[in-house]
Design a protein around this ligand. Sequence first.
Ligand code: ATP
Ligand code: MG
Ligand code: MG
Length: 368
Amino acid sequence: MRIAIKGTGQLARMMALAGWPMGFSFAFFGSKQENTSCIEGLGDIVFLEDHADVSSLYEALGKPDVITVEKEEVDTALLRQLQGHCPIYPDPDVIDICRHRGREKNWINEQGIATANYHVTANREQITDALNSFTSSAILKTCSGGYDGYNQWRLKTEQDIQDLDDSVCVQDCVMEEMVNFSTEVSVIAARNSKGEVAVYPVTENYHRRGTLLISEAPAPGLTEEQEAEAQRMISTLLNASGYVGVLAMECFVTEQGLIVNELAPRVHNSGHWTMNAGIASQFENHLRAITGMPLGSTTPAKNGGMVNLLGVDVTAQDALAENAYLHLYNKSVKPNRKMGHVNLQAEDSESLKQQLNALAAQIYGDDI
Ligand code: ATP
Ligand code: MG
Ligand code: MG
């Protein structure tokens, strides 16, 4: 089978690396401005600028059997046109929900699942009204285009709102009430076209300056009830949308239960530990789901974790303990850039946490 991926970054790379052993071939497409170093050698690269019509694009991609995406910021109108040629998973309608924070939060609430309190805003007055309606401070996020904590502003007072640029206030944004959480977790699951669902253990995530640094699974602080609740929540979202592929759900753990922060209609950085946990990785399960295969196991025998390599040039000699696996994305170093990650496994949560922290300290020193 041939699979085309919209996107040329590390997630596209790891999907292709998971698909090669299964006999799949790949094509990647994106604009000429995108860096393609991550996917070099893994399949054909097609530039949108070279194809005026969608039939010619489909042809250039090598007439794939299925098309998928590595991120939600995509031209869904183009994907809908491509849908005339082959299936697109996840469906562009779901991607449209997930690439707009306002639509996404509405939809999650409609499924009976909690998010932070929020208002969609498009001017300074609406931002002020929203802040006044909250009992705590707020965080303003643009509805589209934000990642790694970019395009968001923490707002406590009316003065903070006055200090915002006009250009920010007039964008479609969500004003979210700050959630008082103990930890941040994510839930990753796959659903195939037969409606089978496989959920990975909930992952606990630690961010550094807005970017994911460390993940560990199963999330050590969760009760069995919370773990089951997380599985129910993501299954509800997958089934309600008839989702096909891998979906990631970021949550806050609060005294009131789990609250969804955001969804990613794709494989997710907090699921990279699944690559070396002796199970079907999130990349493999995404490919199995979109090609109509049965899903692989998501229940690891050991605890698994990951340390992201952010803006650092780590080599195998630096990183490879006997239970560590190095994944590099073939990028040149830039500050804070996701260069790769190291996966670790351990018999228990305590020992995993200790090893993850030791590795992070070895790589970043005090800067964690
Ligand atoms: P990502 O790289 O995960 O896509 P993003 O830019 O889309 O990030 P969010 O995940 O929405 O941004 O927010 C970034 C971080 O800011 C969260 O992981 C969390 O630590 C904090 N945060 C976001 N919203 C809230 C909130 N309502 N209450 C408290 N903290 C929040
Ligand atoms: Mg996000
Ligand atoms: Mg996030």
